[in-house]
Design a protein around this ligand. Structure first.
Ligand code: NAP
Length: 305
């Protein structure tokens, strides 16, 4: 019998992973927030994944953090700001040699979790897959993509990557996962906050070329200072390519703001500004962008952290 995957957080990505693993016959259990959510889940009968317009139902078993079964493999699929507290509740259940796979966007939450559970191996992931919830326990697989996984402190790939192949989850083991996460964070910093401040689709930033270029210059300085020169290479060109290629889309931060959801600002632009400060690097435009974004979030009554 292969090792059970515990999936912490049955939101968009958690459901996307849990349903594909379950349908491939890999043992999966969901870990839900509390008994109220568990009862609601059990009443609904399981998870629904909508793929190519077709809904499939999966009766994945679920529990709360209070269950006692040891956890050997934990897929952490909460938002970055929920991760530390959610993992803390499971720490006593982690078996010796347990492995955590951290799906969070941005940076900061992964290191916080790794420090919290030094007995476990923490694998960081960066994904271009896209999914959203269109109902409770129901997720639409919106964008096929790829997931890179890696462990900055231990380059050897885990054997359970076979489970991902069996479940047809496109993935690759990466020996430079931090570079990937930093590059994605930089792209996010150059695009997402401006789409909120200018209230536009990604393509709208073509009218703000100079502002984007100035931010890219500062982000390159930051990446180089952080020992991430590969993540800095041709950053501005890639930012412009992404703006052009996704011109009709609203960024994830814009979507969060429009839906009155908390953003992950502290793990994206906030993290970049914090690290710049730690390196005593003066990046006035990036800092000003953060202040403007915080002010905008506050004016909309949204959390600014
Ligand atoms: P999401 O849909 O909001 O799902 C997060 C889930 O975590 C929710 O179901 C929430 O429970 C659950 N949760 C929070 N605290 C918990 C706790 N203490 N115990 C158990 N469950 C808990 O978020 P998401 O879109 O999947 O995003 C997850 C991460 O992946 C984010 O960092 C995001 O940036 C990243 N990401 C997402 C996508 C995407 O397309 N969605 C793509 C790439 C990266 P409730 O249901 O009870 O609220």
């Amino acid at each position: 019998m292969s090792t059970t995957w515990h999936v912490l957080g049955a939101g968009s990505l958690g459901t996307l992973w849990a349903t594909r693993l379950a349908r491939a016959g890999v043992p999966v259990r969901l870990v839900l927030r509390d008994t109220t959510r568990l009862q609601a889940y059990e009443a609904s009968g399981g998870l629904t994944l909508v793929e190519h317009g077709e809904a499939q139902h999966y009766a994945v078993p679920a529990e709360t953090a209070d269950s006692t079964q040891p956890i050997n493999r934990l897929l952490v699929a909460c938002k970055a700001y929920d991760t530390e507290s959610a993992v803390a509740r499971l720490a006593p259940r982690l078996a010796p040699g347990a492995e955590l796979i951290l799906l969070q966007n941005g940076l900061g939450s992964q290191d916080a979790v790794a420090a919290q559970v030094p007995q476990a191996r923490c694998i960081y992931a960066s994904s271009t897959e896209g999914a959203f919830r269109d109902g409770d326990w129901r997720v639409v697989f919106a964008g096929h993509g790829f997931t890179w996984l890696g462990d900055a402190s231990h380059p050897v790939a885990p054997i359970w990557l076979d489970d991902l192949s069996t479940a047809s989850i496109p993935h690759e083991w990466s020996t430079d996962i931090l570079t990937r996460l930093w590059r994605k964070l930089a792209l996010n910093c150059a695009i997402n906050p401006l789409t909120v401040l200018h209230d536009c689709r990604n393509g709208g930033l073509q009218q703000h070329h100079c502002e984007v270029a100035t931010l890219c210059g500062e982000l390159v300085e930051l990446l180089e200072r952080c020992g991430q020169p590969a993540a800095a290479e041709n950053l501005q060109q890639e930012v412009e390519r992404v703006i052009h290629a996704t011109a009709a889309n609203y960024s994830s931060m814009h979507q969060d703001v429009t839906s009155k959801r908390r953003t992950e600002i502290s793990y994206l632009l906030g993290y970049a500004c914090k690290v710049a400060g730690r390196h005593q690097l003066n990046l006035p435009h990036l800092n000003q962008l953060e202040s403007r974004l915080i002010a905008r979030l506050q004016s909309l009554g949204l959390p600014s952290d």
